[in-house]
Design a protein around this ligand. Structure first.
Ligand code: R5P
Length: 304
């Protein structure tokens, strides 16, 4: 079976890098909006009898998902044998429980929608709040790739005497891993979230680390309130502007300014979401997962 990579609009750079890593052709997909706002979409490459990896990172998902589903559907009609989704950032991982009567559990609903249109899913460090794994909500083979090896390498190659800092207990898993790969010490702060944009973190004991360069590591920089709260404490301890290292550069609304105002140093992210802070490529990490999912006939059968 032959395979091909296709990019949804805005994903050309990552799709190109992934195609090069896999030595697969990069196909062409054209899309535009009709005057009334509806989507026009055309698969310009021959995908019949091919296994297709559709690349679409899913920040700002509401505007991306309908064209994505149209593309998956069109590919099946055009004879693609398998259609997989490469979503370096996976959306709708937040609301995984019904906290109040009547709430939509969007994590589950979104997983059902994606599972019914794709044969497999590959993603980078999804935010598994209360879930043990994606298989709790996705019914297709879903492979999670970790960015920590790339983050650790970046820290080791670029920062002298680093101190890795995680802004909350959830970050402990990847901060510890990045620190180990960079052969550096690490601290994890305590976070109290008072709402979508109100975040407080505990004051760390930093005295013994004054000769170190602080690198705050988190999986997502969204409103940047979490990162900013950690930055503010580092600055209050009269340490140099810390590096801010994130996997997913969501950067909602005024996030950039929030970080600058808090006194952050250089902000560095992976290219899972295109952003000016991208310095760490992840196509090489994704490629082995995509290869095995796209080519594995037996384990990747559709479940719907
Ligand atoms: C939450 O626990 C995550 O690990 C991140 O800390 C969080 O998503 C960051 O969000 P924000 O940038 O909005 O503070």
């Amino acid at each position: 079976m032959t395979a091909i990579v296709l990019a949804l609009p805005g994903n050309d750079a990552l799709a190109g890098a992934l195609a090069r890593e896999l030595a697969w052709p990069l196909g062409s997909l054209a899309s535009r909006h009709f005057p009334d706002g509806e989507t026009y979409l055309r698969i310009e490459s021959d995908c019949a009898e091919r296994s297709v990896a559709l690349v679409c990172t899913l920040d700002r998902p509401d505007e991306k998902v309908l064209p994505l589903l149209f593309a998956a559907d069109a590919l099946r009609e055009l004879g693609a044998t398998r259609v997989g989704l490469v979503a370096p950032y996976l959306a709708y991982m937040r609301q995984d429980r019904r906290f109040q009567r009547g709430e939509a559990v969007t994590s589950r609903s979104f997983a059902r929608i994606i599972s019914s249109h794709f044969d497999w899913l590959a993603t980078i460090d999804p935010h598994l709040h209360r879930l043990r794994g994606l298989d709790e909500i996705y019914s297709i083979p879903a492979r999670v790739v970790h960015a920590t090896p790339a983050l650790g390498t970046w820290v080791a190659e670029n920062i002298e005497r680093p101190l890795l800092v995680g802004p909350d207990s959830e970050s402990a898993q990847w901060v510890a891993d990045v620190a180990a790969r960079a052969a550096a010490p690490y601290l994890v702060l305590e976070k109290l979230r008072h709402g979508d944009r109100e975040v407080e973190v505990s004051v760390p004991h930093l005295e013994q680390y004054r000769d170190r360069t602080v690198v705050i590591v988190d999986d997502i920089i969204s409103s940047a309130r979490t990162m900013a709260a950690a930055v503010a404490h580092i600055r209050a301890a009269e340490m140099s502007p810390p590096f801010c290292l994130g996997v997913h550069a969501v950067f909602a609304s005024d996030a950039q300014r929030t970080l600058e105002t808090a006194g952050a140093g250089l902000v560095v992210t992976t290219d899972s979401i295109p952003h000016g802070s991208n310095r760490i490529p992840i196509a090489g990490l994704l490629a082995p997962a995509v290869l095995s999912l796209a080519m594995d006939e037996v384990s990747a059968k559709r479940v719907d």
